[in-house]
Design a protein around this ligand. Structure first.
Ligand code: MN
Ligand code: MN
Length: 469
C-alpha cells in the first residue's frame, strides 16, 4: 500500500464523514441487531394503541421486578417502580445509588400513533351498508387509508363504570373493516383535485356490515335501519353494549397485521406504529439493561404526542414534574435541584432520506437509513420556531457519552420550509431539564405501514444504554 500524502492524512483527521452501519459493524454485530429486532416486533404487535403499549410495557416491567407506584408512595434506593397513568402513559424508573440531587437520566418517547378514532356517535346506515364515522387522530395523509384492511381496537365504558375491551380484526378468522374508494373508471373528477382535497375527513367512514336484522320467524325485520339494528344487536350480544355507550368509548381503527421483514435480505422492517414505538422499545429495554447504574433512570412513554401532547396523558401535563417532586420529597431532596441536574433524551422518529422523494430533503443535514441513530439539536419549523434547541454544551456531553459505542448522525427533519414537526422535547426542557432529540429514521412516516432499519433500531438502543449507564 502506498503511503498517504499529508493532504490525505489531514482530510482523514479534519473532515466529518457520515458512516454507514455496514462500514463500522461486524457481521456478528449486525446479527445482534436482527436478534434484538425480534423482541421489538413482538412488542409492536402487542402495542397498536397507547393503552395496549402501556399493558405490554407494564408486563415487561413486572417481569423484571418493577412494582407499581402510586403518587405519594415512598421510594427507596435501588427500588424499581412504574407509574401507570390512566392506562395510557407510563413512567418507569429505577432509583439509583447516588443522591437524587444529582438529577435523573430521562428517556422519553411516545406510544400513540396516527390512526382513525371513532366519533362519539359513529354508527349509521346508508343504502344498505352499515358504517362507523371516524375522526382521524394525528397527522395522516387521508388517501393512504381507504382500501386497506383495518382492525378495531379500544375500550367502551358501560353504564355503571364497567369497561370492556374490544379488538376485532387481528386474529386469524376475524373479519376486518375497510374504507372504500372510487374505481379509476369513474374517478376523473376526483383525480383533478389536489391530493389534500380529494379525500375528506368526513369521507373516512368504516364499512362494517350489510345484512339486515331477522325476526325470530325468519323474516327480515320491518324496523327502519335494519342493517344498523343487526350490527348493534351483534355488538350487544358479544360485548353487552348499546349505541349510547359509544359516547363513553375510545375505539380506534388501525391497520390490521403484524410487523414483517422487508426485502430479500430481511434487514428493513415494515409495520404500523413504528412512530414512536421504535423509540419507546429501545428506551424501555435500555432501562431494563442498566440495573447496576448509579444514576436514577426514568423511561417515560407518553400519549397524545401526535395531537400536540395536551391533556393528562400528554407531556404538557405537569405529571412528570409532579412525579419528580414526589420522588424528591421521599428522598429529602430539593426537586428544583434534581430537575436542574437532570438530562433527557427525547426519543422520536425522524424522516429518513427517501431516494424516491429527494426534493424535500437537504442532503447534508438529513437522516440516512442505516447510518445509525439520529440526533436532532432542534426540530420545529419556519425559522426554528417552537423548538427546544439543545445547547452546544449539552449535545457535546451526549456525544462524549456515546463515544465509539454508538453510531449516530445528526439531522433536521427535511428541507427548510418544506414542512416541519415537533416532539415532546420542548415540554421536558420547559421543566428546566436539558433535553435533546434522538431517534430512528423512518420511511413513509405516519403511513399505515412505515419502514425502519433493524440496525438503526439497535443503535438507538445502544444510545439509550450509554446514556443510562
Ligand atoms: Mn413521533
Ligand atoms: Mn409522529
Amino acid at each position: 500500500m502506498s503511503e498517504k500524502t499529508k493532504g490525505e492524512m489531514l482530510r482523514d483527521e479534519l473532515f466529518y464523514k457520515k458512516q454507514s452501519l455496514f462500514d463500522v459493524r461486524s457481521i456478528a454485530e449486525l446479527d445482534e441487531a436482527r436478534e434484538y429486532a425480534k423482541g421489538y416486533a413482538q412488542y409492536l404487535d402487542n402495542s397498536k394503541t397507547e393503552r395496549e403499549a402501556v399493558k405490554t410495557t407494564a408486563a415487561l416491567l413486572k417481569d423484571r421486578g418493577y412494582t407499581e407506584y402510586k403518587m405519594g408512595d415512598k421510594v427507596v434506593c435501588g427500588g424499581k417502580y412504574y407509574l401507570n397513568n390512566r392506562g395510557k402513559s407510563i413512567f418507569a424508573f429505577r432509583m439509583g445509588s447516588e443522591m437524587l440531587s444529582e438529577g435523573i437520566r430521562i428517556c422519553a418517547a411516545h406510544i400513540d400513533s396516527p390512526r382513525l378514532d371513532l366519533k362519539q356517535n359513529p354508527l349509521f346506515e346508508d343504502n344498505g351498508f352499515g358504517y362507523l364515522k371516524t375522526h382521524y387522530y394525528g397527522g395522516i395523509r387521508k388517501y393512504q387509508w381507504p382500501t386497506i384492511q383495518l382492525a378495531l381496537h379500544g375500550v367502551v365504558t358501560k353504564r355503571g363504570g364497567e369497561t370492556v375491551e374490544i379488538t376485532i380484526g387481528e386474529d386469524a378468522g376475524d373479519p376486518v373493516f375497510v374504507i372504500t374508494d372510487l374505481l379509476p373508471h369513474l374517478s376523473r373528477e376526483q383525480d383533478a383535485k389536489t391530493l389534500n382535497r380529494a379525500f375528506t375527513g368526513e369521507g373516512l367512514n368504516l364499512l362494517i356490515g350489510s345484512t339486515p336484522y331477522y325476526e325470530e320467524d325468519g323474516t327480515v325485520t320491518k324496523v327502519d335501519e335494519k342493517v344498523k339494528l343487526n350490527l348493534m344487536a351483534m355488538l350487544n350480544e358479544k360485548y353487552g353494549i348499546v349505541e349510547s355507550d359509544f359516547m363513553c368509548a375510545e375505539l380506534c381503527a388501525v391497520p390490521k397485521g403484524r410487523a414483517v421483514d422487508i426485502g430479500l435480505d430481511r434487514w428493513l422492517m415494515g409495520a404500523y406504529g413504528h412512530d414512536d414505538k421504535v423509540c419507546a422499545y429501545p428506551a424501555l429495554t435500555a432501562l431494563l439493561d442498566t440495573d447496576n447504574s448509579v444514576h436514577t433512570v426514568m423511561c417515560v412513554l407518553a400519549d397524545k404526542e401526535e395531537t400536540g401532547s395536551d391533556g393528562t396523558t400528554g407531556m404538557q401535563c405537569s405529571l412528570l414534574s409532579d412525579l419528580i417532586d414526589e420522588l424528591c420529597i421521599s428522598m429529602n431532596v430539593d426537586s428544583r435541584v434534581c430537575r436542574a441536574n437532570s438530562m433527557c433524551l427525547s426519543a422520536d422518529v425522524n424522516a429518513g432520506f427517501d431516494p424516491l422523494y429527494p426534493d424535500v430533503f437537504e442532503k447534508r443535514n438529513c437522516a440516512i437509513v442505516n447510518c445509525g441513530v439520529v440526533m436532532s439539536k432542534y426540530t420545529g419549523s419556519g425559522g426554528k420556531y417552537s423548538t427546544n434547541d439543545a445547547s452546544a454544551e449539552f449535545v457535546g456531553k451526549i456525544r462524549d457519552m456515546f463515544g465509539e459505542e454508538v453510531l449516530w448522525q445528526t439531522a433536521e427533519l427535511g428541507r427548510i420550509d418544506a414542512g416541519g414537526g415537533g416532539t415532546v422535547a420542548k415540554y421536558v426542557a420547559n421543566c428546566n431539564i436539558d433535553t435533546v432529540d434522538l431517534g430512528v429514521p423512518v420511511l413513509s412516516m405516519h403511513a399505515p405501514f412505515e419502514v425502519i432499519s433493524k440496525g438503526d433500531l439497535y443503535e438507538t438502543h445502544k444510545a439509550f444504554r450509554a446514556f443510562c449507564k
